[in-house]
Design a protein around this ligand. Structure first.
Ligand code: ADP
Ligand code: MG
Length: 253
């Protein structure tokens, strides 16, 4: 039995009168791909924003490797191994691919002493770490041949892969992907699904939000289904596909 790397317990988020998340609990195991699906407005991006520290929760706990992180900054969470990509690709067009990926390593520098201490326990020397992580991130995302290419000339899909590579360079234990396949055509989605499995096979846990059901069913070990900010089902792809509440709320659309 794999242990849980990330635990979410009773997470709540309100925006004024809108309750975006209600008492949400789930966990991500070590080295698994967990899908987060649900209709538009069901709270998927809010979940990622709370996990990454982009927004504070109204209530509940987020535990990474057993440590509570819900009060820590985004940078502290990255340093502890929890990192994300965004729904919209944002890149520096004048950088080379390699320079951009190195930005992911730089994210470690802005951290508190507490997070530093936590990180140093598992890292090698700074320089080795940067070189190794950049090389591994380029390899996992298939961008090795583009290392010296200027980011601005990459295709839209390659820019999304670059965002994943940059997140990987921060040495994550958990990576959060918000709609990574948005705007991709079929062969690009296939490349992405192979990439997600390779990342998982290195022992990194992946949380993926996606509307593309074929991709979700193919890459996920387990799936959490949200509706109106609450979890209505959790299980394997086969269980989720057959679940009447899920078909009713989402898959039957
Ligand atoms: P999803 O990603 O599943 O489409 P979101 O998490 O973006 O859903 O949104 C969940 C709910 O929270 C929606 O009703 C949305 O309008 C609301 N919401 C999300 N972010 C904000 C915000 N910054 N301010 C106010 N309401 C928000
Ligand atoms: Mg969203």
């Amino acid at each position: 039995m794999q242990s849980d790397i990330l635990e979410v317990v009773g997470l709540c988020k309100s925006f004024g009168g809108v309750q975006a998340l209600r008492d949400l609990s789930f966990s991500i195991r070590e080295g698994e791909v967990l899908g987060l699906i649900g209709p538009n407005g069901s709270g998927k991006s809010t979940t990622v924003n709370l996990l990454s520290g982009s927004l504070p929760p109204t209530g509940g706990q987020i535990r990474l490797g057993g440590h509570r992180v819900e009060a820590l900054s985004q940078w502290d969470r990255v340093a502890m191994g929890l990192t994300r990509t965004y729904q919209t690709a944002s890149v520096f067009p004048e950088f080379t691919v390699r320079q951009h990926v190195m930005l992911g390593c730089e994210a470690h520098r802005k951290v508190s002493p507490l997070a530093q201490a936590f990180r140093l326990k598992r890292d090698k020397s700074e320089e080795d770490r940067v070189q190794q992580k950049v090389a591994q991130a380029l390899k996992l995302t298939g961008l090795e041949a583009e290392a010296d290419t200027v980011v601005g000339v990459l295709s839209a899909a390659q820019q999304r892969f670059l965002m994943i590579a940059t997140a990987l360079a921060s040495n994550p234990r958990v990576i959060l992907l918000d709609e990574p396949a948005a705007g991709m055509i079929s062969h690009e989605r296939e490349t992405l699904s192979g990439m997600i499995r390779r990342i998982r096979d290195t022992g990194i846990s992946v949380l993926v939000i996606e509307h593309h059901m074929a991709l979700i069913m193919e890459v996920c070990d387990r799936i959490v289904v949200l509706n109106f900010g609450a979890s209505i089902a959790q299980g394997t792809p086969a269980q989720i596909r057959e679940n009447p509440a899920v078909i009713d709320a989402y898959l039957g659309e």
